[in-house]
Design a protein around this ligand. Structure first.
Ligand SMILES: [Zn+2]
Ligand SMILES: [Zn+2]
Length: 371
């Protein structure tokens, strides 16, 4: 239907928009980064209108990511990246239902539960035209360069909506970070390989589970925090090590001196990056996903070249190959739900960010419709 939905509260929709037959209010609650300082504000803002190529989504679950914490804390990175955009609704790991179609959309039916591919790409640059959209030359990120998901409603290019029927909202939402883990893990073959996952935050923990599910022969996991090591064991790691200990000696001993076929560096910690190159077996591969906060000095000759290592920089996730792989893993029974430790209504965002900042939580999920 082309008319605005009944109920009087529908002025947010323009006549070219078709919408589900339910009340779409004029205004909504949204978590807004309004001022250039730490924190955020829950504000009443207009419900956005889906423009050409966009759909309107009623959000059900939004998980918190390290990027969101940078924005919340307003650290150096956030200041440089978002300073020009304030006020900005942030948050990007989302799930919700499509409730209105903007002009030129309709491929994803109204009512469909979707997750978001959070790379907003131009589809026209050299990278996009050669199957490398995740490193689009004009890449924009949802919740950073465009208003995001810590809200009751959001708009999204329909091309970025990933239908996720059959998944709970919270699992649908964490497909986005899981896609990072899938990309890092499957960039080369993993079956029968020995693997070390360095850093067991949520993405590292997902990687541990993915490696085991996909038939890695032995999975080592390291972290400096005891509760994360416990979680790694729970997610299936065969051998869990203290990242602050002598990881290289332990892995050499456990592998008969060989080292591991695959290293997934998920921490960004300088010590772990050095460990990564030392524990990879000659001719092995290293996937680097953790983002170091400072430049790291590395002896390329001895660490990489003479060892014959293959090194991958992992950013985001490949469109759409990793989404299909992620969906397949979830469909076939991979259970990542233990990684979700906390669920809070949107209004308790401060608590949610505290949990994340303390490093005690796994994935924290905000529920925008629950107050
Ligand atoms: Zn994220
Ligand atoms: Zn592009």
């Amino acid at each position: 239907m082309d008319d605005a939905p009944p109920g009087g509260g529908s002025a947010a929709l323009i006549s070219t928009v078709s919408a589900l037959d339910l009340r779409i209010p004029k205004t909504m609650r949204a978590l807004v980064k309004a001022e250039p300082r730490a924190g955020a504000e829950l504000r009443e803002v207009p419900v956005p209108r889906p423009g050409p190529g966009e759909v309107l989504i009623r959000l059900e679950a939004v998980s918190l990511c390290g990027t969101d914490l940078h924005i919340y804390r307003w650290d150096e990175w956030a200041q440089g990246r978002l300073g020009k955009y304030l006020p900005r609704i942030f948050g990007h790991e989302m799930a919700g239902r499509v409730v209105a179609h903007g002009p030129g959309t309709g491929a994803v039916p109204l009512g469909t539960r979707v997750a978001a591919e959070t790379h907003l790409v131009d589809w026209t640059c050299y990278q996009c035209r050669t199957g490398r959209e995740h490193v689009c030359a004009n890449l924009k990120i949802l919740g950073v360069d465009a208003d995001g998901a810590f809200a009751e409603y959001m708009t999204l290019p329909e091309r970025n909506a990933w239908p996720s029927e059959g998944l709970s909202p919270e699992i649908a939402a964490i497909q986005e970070p899981m896609g990072n883990a899938v990309f890092a893990t499957f960039v080369e073959e993993i079956t029968t390989a020995t693997v070390a996952v360095l850093g067991c935050g949520p993405i590292g923990l997902m990687a541990v589970a993915i490696c085991k599910f996909a038939g890695a022969s032995r999975v080592f996991a390291t972290d400096v925090m005891p509760h994360r090591r416990e979680m790694a064991a729970r997610m299936g790691a065969d051998c869990v090590l203290d990242g602050a200990g002598d990881v290289e000696a332990e892995i050499r001993r456990e592998t008969g001196g060989t080292g591991v076929d695959v290293v997934l560096e998920m921490s960004g910690a300088e010590a772990a990056v050095h460990q990564a190159f030392r524990i990879a077996t000659n001719g092995g591969r290293v996937s680097l996903l953790g983002v170091p906060s400072r430049p790291i000095t590395l002896d390329f000759s001895d660490a990489i070249i003479f060892r014959g290592l293959r090194v991958y920089g992992i950013t985001g996730r490949q469109l759409w190959g990793t989404w299909y792989k992620t969906a397949a893993l979830l469909r076939e029974g991979l259970d990542v739900s233990p990684i979700i430790t906390d669920r809070l209504p949107l209004s308790r965002y401060a608590e949610a960010f505290d949990l994340l900042a303390q490093g005690v939580a796994g994935k924290v999920v905000l529920l925008p419709q629950e107050g």
